[in-house]
Design a protein around this ligand. Structure first.
Ligand code: ACO
Length: 321
């Protein structure tokens, strides 16, 4: 069967790392409050000149290097972001140009924190139907640029960064590598619980992140547990078969509550929210890259990716590394 097989990963972070204590000098908050409620200890914030596009390009180049490929081997780029460099063109086309690519499709996908799951599923479908053979799938964000730095209930939660996968269509056995099953969901009824209060067609301004944190928390645990169950059922697997869960890194308590609901021990859950905070669409590929580079995720491991974000949108993918 034709599957999209993961052949390279990469990531990139801005140079400035901001600790909770440093943030507490600018905002009425404390290291203790942030750690206790979220598990976050620090985040990376893009400096002038660092953009979603520059971070995405660096992560994509690292993923190409990891795969031992060059841009000439690629025929698709899908980039998930809620913080594009410009309203248009798509940041994916900038990345294509920066990497020296030409004449193949490159586009952005907007599903906020679940954007990477949406981008990966889209690229996977295009690979399996023969529309492309090798894709770079990127999650990249500079959320720091859309935060209200006067609003302590949101600005302490997010960070900037990028992560990328290179996936390739391969003819593999049923127990071989590749993306096994994916599910995506959206429910626009709850759009006012997590949104940006601007946009080109409404205010004409970029706007800032607004969030009802408690409601988001509640919906996240319910929706994530449910979509994980769906993907496991589609793949004919049990929670105990999973070697690693790489969740969207929103908040340690969401990761913990979701793992508990599924009966998964936390030592199977990759946690990077402590050092990266919530990097929205970048968080899943960034966390995956960290766990692959430090030797936790090995070839042959069964890995569940999951995310939930504004919209609401949510989704999960099960892959064999
Ligand atoms: N520093 C200090 N105090 C704060 C801060 C802060 N940064 N933020 C809020 N507080 C205060 C509030 O003012 C409130 O004070 P009060 O009781 O005097 O009114 C108190 O702390 C409790 O506030 P709550 O909002 O009720 O705190 P809660 O325990 O719900 O934690 C949090 C807030 C961390 C945002 C939590 O609701 C959460 O994690 N929600 C999920 C949101 C999320 O992760 N969104 C990311 C995008 S969606 C996603 O990725 C899944």
């Amino acid at each position: 069967m034709i599957r999209s097989v993961l052949i390279g990963t990469g990531s990139a972070l801005p140079s400035d790392c901001v600790s909770n204590d440093e943030l507490a000098k600018r905002v009425d908050t404390s290291d203790e409050w942030i750690r206790e409620r979220t598990g976050i200890t620090q985040r990376y914030i893009a400096a002038e000149g660092e953009t979603t596009g520059t971070l995405a390009t660096a992560a994509a180049q690292a993923a190409l290097d990891d795969a031992g490929l060059s841009i000439a081997d690629i025929d698709l780029i899908v980039l998930a972001t809620a913080t594009p460099d410009n309203t248009f063109p798509a940041t994916a086309t900038k990345v294509q140009h920066q990497l020296g690519g030409k004449d193949f499709p490159a586009f952005d996908v907007a599903a906020v924190c679940s954007g990477f799951l949406y981008a990966l599923s889209t690229a996977d479908a295009m690979l399996r139907t023969g529309m492309a053979t090798r894709a770079i799938v990127i999650g990249a964000e500079t959320f720091s640029r859309i935060l209200d730095w006067e609003d302590r209930t949101t600005c302490v939660l997010f960070g900037d960064g990028a992560g990328a996968f290179v996936i390739e269509a391969q003819d593999v056995a049923a127990d071989g590598p590749g993306i096994i099953a994916s599910r995506l969901h959206a429910d626009g009824e709850h759009g006012d619980m997590l949104y940006v209060d601007g946009g080109p067609s409404t205010t004409g301004e970029v706007g800032k992140v607004r969030m009802k944190g408690r409601e988001v928390f509640r919906h996240a645990v319910t929706n994530l547990s449910s979509v994980l169950g769906e993907v496991l059922a589609e793949a004919g697997c049990q929670p105990g078969d999973i070697d690693w869960v790489v969740p969207h890194q929103a908040n340690f308590r969401i990761l913990d509550a979701t793992a508990r609901k599924l009966g998964l021990p936390m030592d199977k859950v990759v946690v990077t929210v402590d050092r990266h905070a919530n990097t929205s669409a970048a968080s899943v590929p960034l966390a995956f890259d960290v766990a692959k580079k430090d030797g936790r995720i090995q070839k042959g491991d069964l890995v569940m990716l999951e995310a939930m974000g504004g919209g609401f949108t949510w989704g999960a993918s099960l892959l064999r590394a």
